[in-house]
Design a protein around this ligand. Structure first.
Ligand code: NAP
Length: 459
């Protein structure tokens, strides 16, 4: 079996070599995870909760180590990586508590001789496939609610960033969670996807990644009618209305757009600013964006790390040059953007953006902020909704009527109003339309791991 080389996107050096899990071993692991389910599902909720809390304690204790791993394999600045560990762990802590709040209900019967009861049961064995952009958070958002619900789970992390998952799973075992209740495999997405979706002992497939791969998994899952949760791509609009607090809007843009070098599914992809304030906004945004220090995420003060690999560099540059060809005004030249070499790209603001530019209708996944102006609120809402995606959207306004109108009319699952960072473990996260279905986080996030059974008793 060939080896997987995990590389550091900041240096392109190999940091670890791992053996791929053979197909035979993946099948054997699925069998063991099924056997573990037969025991884990009978643990009472308080015991599951206690084990999850113990895991959370170990994650807290290993925060620096995990953050360093995230930076080494994924490239994001160390401070941001620490933030990710804390955020990832907030899901473990939240679902440790939610384990104790899986309620059924009784239904008033239509005859005095009957008793009608609804109860919740774990779905079973879960196969999880996750992306590279949040190697800790994307996996705890799945492991924690699955274990809390009484499911057992096999994780397939992205081959670009498997090390954080491996360490998190080791810590789960140290915390006393049975070895086969949570495990990982090292496999390509295609191999894991083919096996997870066709295996009779896998009851659920949960996926975070691109919409294209999500569609393939939905299609494959149809063959065995698997329960699926899909957290897919985004194309977030970011609207700044004329009555917005300009400084807050600029800071919100930076927070939303440049985190993880623009490689988050809820990143502001396309920015729409009212024409009355557009010049001021672009000037202030450009000043702040050009102040962001770019470099190796382990270096002090770095705010923007490398993008994940050479393919990402190429894609982001293609969006920049396409925008330039269609009349976009770049805040720095293409040569300057690439001047640090390797996988580093200096962040750029593109003024004079229009709807024909790729950056306005395709997920860019890079440190690029295209800004288009608008004059009419209804028209900008129409443009914002004119996409197959529906994950996150943002708007900045200090008028409550405008804010409520935008909240009601934007077709997105996650909406930030004067807030560039809306995600939280205690809130439901997920998309509409082709951004997927199912929610992670909040009371909603345990539901995808539960089945409903209804009992009618004739007494
Ligand atoms: P990706 O290419 O879809 O990969 C995600 C995962 O899917 C990886 O583990 C990958 O495996 C696997 N995969 C690839 N081909 C597969 C196949 N045929 N069958 C099954 N699995 C397959 O996405 P990415 O580039 O890693 O991540 C970026 C995307 O994820 C963006 O679109 C972003 O918006 C989205 N995302 C969404 C959310 C959300 O919560 N909605 C969160 C984060 C990211 P390998 O290891 O072989 O690459």
């Amino acid at each position: 079996m060939t080896q997987l080389e995990v590389t550091n996107p900041a240096t392109n050096e190999v940091i670890e070599r791992l053996e791929y899990t053979s197909h035979e071993d993946i099948h054997a692991q699925i069998e063991r995870t099924h056997q573990a389910f037969e025991e884990w599902k009978y643990k009472d909720a308080h015991e599951r909760s206690a084990k999850l809390l113990q895991w959370a304690t170990l994650i807290d204790e290993h925060q620096d180590e995990l953050a360093r791993l995230i930076t080494l394999e994924g490239g994001k600045p160390l401070a941001e990586a620490k933030g990710e560990v804390i955020y990832a762990n907030s899901y473990v802590k939240w679902y440790a508590e939610e384990a104790k709040r899986v309620y059924g209900r009784t239904i008033p019967a239509h005859t005095p001789t009957k008793k009608l009861v609804v109860d919740k049961f774990p779905v079973g064995v879960v196969g999880a496939i996750t992306p590279w952009n949040f190697p800790a958070a994307m996996i705890t958002r799945k492991i924690a609610p699955a274990l809390a619900a009484g499911c057992t789970i096999i994780c397939k992390p992205a081959v670009k960033t498997p090390l954080t998952t491996i360490r998190l799973v080791e810590l789960a075992h140290e915390a006393g969670i049975p070895k086969d209740a949570v495990s990982y495999i090292i496999a390509s997405g295609k191999d894991a996807g083919d096996i997870f979706t066709s295996h009779q002992l896998i009851n659920k497939v949960t996926f975070t990644g691109s919409t294209g791969v999500g569609k393939t998994l939905i299609e494959q899952s149809a063959q065995t009618v698997k329960n699926v949760t899909m957290e897919l791509g985004g194309l977030a609009p970011f609207i700044v209305h004329k009555d917005a607090d300009l400084e807050a809007a600029v800071d919100g843009t930076i927070a939303s757009k440049f985190r993880n070098a623009g490689q988050t599914c809820i990143c502001a992809n396309r920015i729409y600013v009212h024409e009355d304030i557009a010049d001021q906004y672009i000037e202030r945004l450009t000043e702040k964006v050009h102040d962001l220090k770019v470099g190796n995420g382990l270096d002090e003060g770095v705010k923007v790390g490398p993008v994940i690999d050479a393919n990402a560099v190429e894609k982001v540059l293609s969006h920049i040059t396409d925008a330039q060809d269609k009349g976009g005004k770049l805040s720095r030249s293409v040569e300057d953007i690439q001047s640090l070499g390797g996988n580093f790209l200096k962040p750029v603001v593109i003024a004079n953006a229009n709807t024909t530019m790729k950056a306005m209708y395709e997920e860019t996944f890079g440190p690029v902020a295209p800004v288009m102006t608008y004059s009419d609120l209804d028209e900008v809402i129409r443009i914002a909704n004119d996409t197959e995606f529906g994950l996150a959207s943002y708007f900045f306004t200090n008028d409550y009527r405008t804010g409520l109108k935008l909240f009601n009319e934007l077709d997105y699952g996650v909406i930030g109003w004067n807030d560039g960072g809306p995600s939280a473990a205690h809130a439901p996260f997920g998309g509409l339309k082709e951004s997927g279905y199912g929610r992670e986080g909040g009371t909603e996030g345990i539901e995808p791991y539960l089945e409903t059974k209804y009992l009618s008793v004739e007494v």
